[in-house]
Design a protein around this ligand. Sequence first.
Ligand code: DX5
Ligand code: ZN
Length: 227
Amino acid sequence: MASYRIAPSILSANFAKLGEEVVNVIAAGADIVHFDVMDNHYVPNLTIGPLVCEALRPLTKAPIDVHLMVKPVDRIVPDFAKAGANIISFHPEASEHIDRTIGLIKESGCKAGLVFNPGTPLHYLDHVLDKLDLVLIMSVNPGFGGQKFIPEALNKLRAVRKRIDDSGRDIWLEVDGGVKADNIAEVARAGADTFVAGSAVYGAGKDTDPHRYDSIIGALRAELSKV
Ligand code: DX5
Ligand code: ZN
């Protein structure tokens, strides 16, 4: 079985107890903290910044995967690196100089990812794939959790999987939006190896049992074991 990574998006966590939520979800077997940054400019929503990343950093050894939905991108990159981010991803439409932004992320000591909205063509990969550590395919339009998976993302994942395999490099292929236990196996078959899940993990029954994440992460892993 391929090795798969589950990255719960804290966008759907209970923000009044964010630290606890992150600790509980990692204890339940999640691999990565997916950290959605929205600016009410590039996307029509406003979330969290470097101060929150810095506050979460001491609570877990899991990688913090910062998904920047902000424009401009470059000014905020060093702040997230200093705040303890491990991976920083951005949308090509939000940067005037994609190659420069990738370089800036790597010089800051982080892994660099490029994010593709449902309508964004893959040609942005043409001249930078060899510099990337991660490609993130959006399977919803960015801005909100709890949206429905857009099936065309499967074709895009297959196309990127081929490009990554042809490159021979160890580049993670992440998918973000509408991923749940009932579609995660199909998404894995299309080539994804890293799965963001917001509402499917944190949104499932907003109850207070700290162990509820064991069964939710377990169900996602059980589906992945069928691939
Ligand atoms: C959307 C965010 C996602 C979102 C995913 O703009 O990038 O990470 O939280 O949420 P679900 O899994 O609920 O679609
Ligand atoms: Zn995201």
